[in-house]
Ligand binder design. Structure first.
Ligand SMILES: Cc1ncc(COP(=O)(O)O)c(C=O)c1O
Length: 461
């Protein structure tokens, strides 16, 4: 079949651009009909080939009713970043170029982009420049890599080679993390064979940061055991960051490996106004973060950093006869640092986002998100709402009236469509949770969204 690729790719990119250009005018969530979506995509597997242009048109028609305005300026659920214009265009190019970012031979440009973007990220996040960087799917994968490298190190210290002998018969590793750790830490612990029971939860401060004195007591009680301490920069509810300096110093005194889950909070380091929240960020042994959240790189893109590149590679790399001699470098290839060997070239989009914003632009993005979160808190409080967290970053926890009505308010906000907020449970109460992570959000968006939330609350009361 003769295909005009130029026309086809242009058509697809134009559809993406049309979605982006109109996203702010449409409801933040389309309230899709799952049966209609399933029917649009479903049916028997076609036997005959189809014209690619017709396929793209069919895809657009099938998907459009189910496209959520996550890239728009008033989507405040989960922690969803937007996607910067250059980064989005770079991802379109990455799809067109279809590079397999395994190593320098297979994808020299993708490798160079990852190395450059990784170095820029380390600079912005105040992570030592000697650290290694693996481009992964997201913070879940980055946390898994960090814990895997920690597993290697603490068991090697105990005289056990986990890469050869696995965990059967190994000394029992404790994963020490706060009660407020993100659930991806638990999944990483399960995937790595530690099991949920290896998690040793430590109590937190009233904002959800790890209580360093309780961490001390926990570590003292584990003397002699291999320990991985998992800290957090950016509590999913409050935005609170653990005291990285005190907690890491303490954990290192106890011989533990320290990993930081900083899916979004690590980006506090990129602004002089918020960098104090992650003071000591240079001290841990591994770090996980997302580029697809606060940096506004399109989904998916996360970063796994490790202070010890050789250990990182010893944990993640593999050898195969057909790869021998295919590495063009004496140091590690990209695929030595990630759980996958074949990977999308994520470095192009991350490089483009950073090139577009510059370090000033990233700092401004962080500052603006934080000040818009405070604006949301102020607008709601001015009308009787209660804000339940210190709004130190981009997260706001709020209730309006009786918290037993929170879910009703959220449902009304979601169906009205001006904005989208989710719910959470914090300190035993059901609350509205607002996360501001999109570079296109304006003060007017916050005002309109606060009004929509207050309108919904009025209808419920
Ligand atoms: C603190 C924290 N850790 C980990 C994750 C998981 O990130 P991802 O979904 O990108 O894997 C999130 C997601 O919101 C998060 O906020």
């Amino acid at each position: 079949m003769d295909v005009d690729l130029h026309e086809l790719f242009t058509r697809a990119a134009a559809e993406g651009a049309r979605h982006r250009a109109t996203v702010a005018e449409r409801p933040a969530h389309p309230a899709p009909d799952p049966a209609a979506l399933a029917a649009a995509f479903g049916g028997p597997l076609p036997t005959a080939p189809a014209d690619p242009t017709a396929v793209v048109d069919e895809l657009v028609a099938a998907a459009t009713p189910g496209l959520v305005g996550t890239v728009g300026p008033r989507f405040f659920g989960f922690v969803i970043g937007g996607s910067s214009p250059a980064a989005t265009a770079a991802d379109i190019l990455a799809a067109g170029w279809d590079q397999c970012a395994y190593n320098e031979v297979l994808a020299p440009a993708a490798a160079a982009a990852e190395r450059a973007a990784g170095a820029w990220c380390k600079q912005l996040l105040r992570i030592p420049e000697t650290a290694s960087v693996g481009f992964v799917t997201g913070a879940q994968a980055a946390n898994t890599v960090g814990l895997a490298v920690g597993r290697h190190r603490v068991l090697a210290d105990a005289g056990w080679d986990v890469e050869t002998d696995g965990l059967f018969g190994a000394p029992r590793v404790a994963i020490v993390a706060s009660e407020e750790r993100h659930a991806t830490i638990d999944r990483a612990a399960r995937l790595l064979g530690f099991g949920q029971a290896s998690l040793e939860p430590v109590g937190v401060t009233h904002q959800g940061a790890i209580d360093v004195e309780r961490l001390r007591a926990a570590l003292d009680s584990m003397a002699g055991r291999p320990v991985i301490v998992c800290l957090q920069a950016g509590n999913i509810n409050t935005g609170a960051c653990d005291d990285l300096r005190a907690a890491t110093t303490l954990a290192h005194e106890h011989g533990a490996w320290v990993h930081v889950d900083g899916a979004f909070g690590l980006w506090a380091a990129a602004s002089p106004r918020t960098a104090h929240l992650v003071d000591g960020v240079e001290l841990p042994d591994s770090w996980g973060t997302d580029a697809h959240k606060w940096l506004n790189v399109p989904y998916d893109c996360g970063l796994a950093f490790c202070a010890d590149p050789a250990l990182h590679a010893a944990t993640m790399s593999y050898a195969a006869s057909y790869l021998t001699g295919s590495g063009a470098r004496s140091d590690f290839v990209l695929g030595d640092l990630t759980p996958e060997s074949s990977r999308r070239a994520r470095g192009f989009a991350t490089w483009a986002a950073l090139r577009e914003l510059g370090s000033d632009g990233v700092a401004d993005l962080v500052d603006r998100s934080c000040s818009l979160a405070r604006q949301m808190a102020d607008r709601l409080m001015a009308h009787g709402a209660t804000v339940h967290n210190d709004v130190v970053l981009n997260q706001v926890l709020v209730s309006i009236g009786d918290t037993s009505r929170t879910d009703e308010i959220i449902a009304r906000v979601q169906s009205e469509g001006t904005c989208w907020v989710g719910g959470t449970r914090w300190r035993g109460q059901r609350l509205i949770r607002v996360s501001v992570s999109n570079a296109t959000t304006t003060e007017a968006d916050i005002d309109a969204s606060a009004e929509a939330i207050l309108r919904a609350a009025k209808r419920v009361s």
